[in-house]
Ligand binder design. Structure first.
Ligand code: ZN
Length: 160
């Protein structure tokens, strides 16, 4: 398909613009990436340098930071969701309820209590919140599930 004069003018205007992607152009002109780039190179047009491919480390860092700031809420939410999912999985692995009183309403109230002489490396939540899934699972297998009330009672009894 031949390029119309209008399209050529548009390409000349749009191709060098940083805020316009090749996909935008593909949609606008209904042409393949190859066709667009080929035409642009024949017209001696240049794309702005991609931010992503920037070799300037400082600049790259700045962009990464900006990206993180923009996306951090979404990232934190995703991480929380993932941790929650894994916690549910671990809880189900250990029977899904408090081993003493049978409480099973809210997962935030269920604790992993280490059985004696099982060689505790650290709390399950320590590994969970740092994303060490395998370790969290391995550690959970040394535990029984207790609700926070029963857990506290147990430690209180042991202390006094
Ligand atoms: Zn309980």
């Amino acid at each position: 398909m031949k390029w119309t004069n209008k399209q050529v003018m548009d390409l000349k205007k749009l191709y060098p613009r940083e805020d316009i992607t090749i996909s935008d152009l593909m949609k606008k002109f209904d042409r393949t990436k190859r066709a667009i780039c080929h035409k642009a190179s024949r017209m001696d047009l240049r794309r702005p340098k991609s931010k992503k491919s920037s070799r300037d480390k400082g600049l790259r860092k700045k962009y990464d930071r900006e990206w993180f700031q923009k996306n951090k809420e979404r990232l934190f939410k995703m991480r929380k969701e993932r941790q929650k999912k894994i916690k549910i999985e671990l809880i189900n692995l250990l029977g899904g309820k408090c081993n003493k009183c049978g409480y099973n309403k809210c997962i935030s109230e269920l604790d992993f209590h280490h059985k004696k002489n099982k060689g505790k490396e650290d709390n399950v939540s320590f590994f969970l919140y740092r994303g060490y899934l395998k370790k969290a699972k391995k550690e959970a297998k040394k535990c029984i599930l207790l609700c926070s009330n029963c857990h506290r009672e147990l430690h209180w009894d042991r202390k006094y």
